[in-house]
Design a protein around this ligand. Structure first.
Ligand code: DX5
Ligand code: ZN
Length: 223
C-alpha cells in the first residue's frame, strides 16, 4: 500500500477531519471525496505536545473501514512510538511525526516503514529543514506546518512558502502543507513546490464538496 510513492507530480487535496463533525466522520469524508479529495488527513493530539486532545487509532480503524480513501495520520503527540503499531494495525497508509517530540527519530521512522506504512516528518514553523537532512533517506514525505500545530482555524504563516522552497532545493521528497490552507493560500504553497494541500476549516466551513473542489482547482492552476 503506497500513496506518497505513487504521487509523481500530481497535486492532491486532503481534508483535515479536525474541522469535521466527529459524529458523522465517514459522511464528512465522502463529501470532500466528491469534491476531489484523494487522501484523508487524520490529526492525533495528546494534550502534551499540543494543548488539544483528539482521536487515535480506534477511530482511525473505524473510519478506514467506512470509507475508501487512504488515511494519513499526523501525530502531534509526545513520544509517538507507542502509537505507531496501533496506527499501522488500524490500516493507515502513512504516518507523520513531529521531530520536536522525538529523541530517536531514525528509530521511529524505521518502525513506521517496518510496519509497511510510509513515513513523514511534520515540521513546526520554526524547525529548520536542515535539522532533518539526515532523515531524508528514511522518509517518504515532509509536512510543512504553516501554523503552530494544535488547532484548526489559525492564520497561515506566509514565511512557510520559503521553507517549502528551501526543502525543494534539498530533496525530491513530496511536500505536504497543513495549516491555514485555503483557495488563496494553497496556490502560494503549490507555486513553492507543495504537492499535497491539507485543509480543515476551509473545507468544512461550508459545503465540503464545493470548498474542497475550489482548493484543488486553485492549487492545480498554480502548478
Ligand atoms: C493543526 C492540524 C491541522 C488542522 C488544520 O494542528 O495539524 O491539520 O486541522 O486546520 P486549518 O486548515 O483550519 O488550519
Ligand atoms: Zn494536521
Amino acid at each position: 500500500m503506497a500513496f506518497w510513492g505513487e504521487l509523481d507530480d500530481r497535486i492532491v487535496g486532503a481534508p483535515s477531519i479536525l474541522a469535521a463533525d466527529f459524529a458523522n466522520l465517514a459522511d464528512e469524508v465522502r463529501q470532500a471525496q466528491r469534491g476531489g479529495a484523494e487522501l484523508v488527513h487524520f490529526d492525533a493530539m495528546d494534550n502534551h505536545f499540543v494543548p488539544n486532545l483528539t482521536v487515535g487509532p480506534v477511530v482511525a480503524a473505524s473510519l478506514i473501514e467506512a470509507t475508501d480513501l487512504p488515511v494519513d495520520a499526523h501525530l502531534m503527540v509526545d513520544n509517538p512510538d507507542n502509537l505507531i503499531q496501533p496506527f499501522i494495525e488500524a490500516g493507515v497508509v502513512s504516518i507523520s511525526v513531529q521531530p520536536e517530540a522525538i529523541t530517536h527519530l531514525h528509530r521511529t521512522l524505521t518502525a513506521i516503514r517496518g510496519g509497511g506504512c510510509e513515513a513523514g516528518v511534520a515540521l513546526n514553523p520554526t524547525t529548520s529543514p536542515a535539522s532533518i537532512e539526515w532523515a531524508f533517506p528514511y522518509l517518504d514525505y515532509v509536512l510543512v506546518m504553516s501554523v503552530n500545530p494544535g488547532f484548526g482555524g489559525q492564520s497561515f504563516i506566509p514565511e512557510m512558502a520559503d521553507k517549502v522552497r528551501r526543502l525543494k532545493e534539498m530533496t525530491d521528497l513530496p511536500i505536504q502543507v497543513d495549516g491555514g490552507i485555503t483557495a488563496e493560500t494553497a496556490p502560494v504553497m503549490v507555486e513553492a513546490g507543495a504537492q499535497v494541500v491539507v485543509a480543515g476549516s476551509a473545507v468544512y466551513k461550508g459545503d465540503p464538496e464545493t470548498e474542497m473542489r475550489k482548493i484543488i482547482e486553485a492549487s492545480r492552476a498554480a502548478q
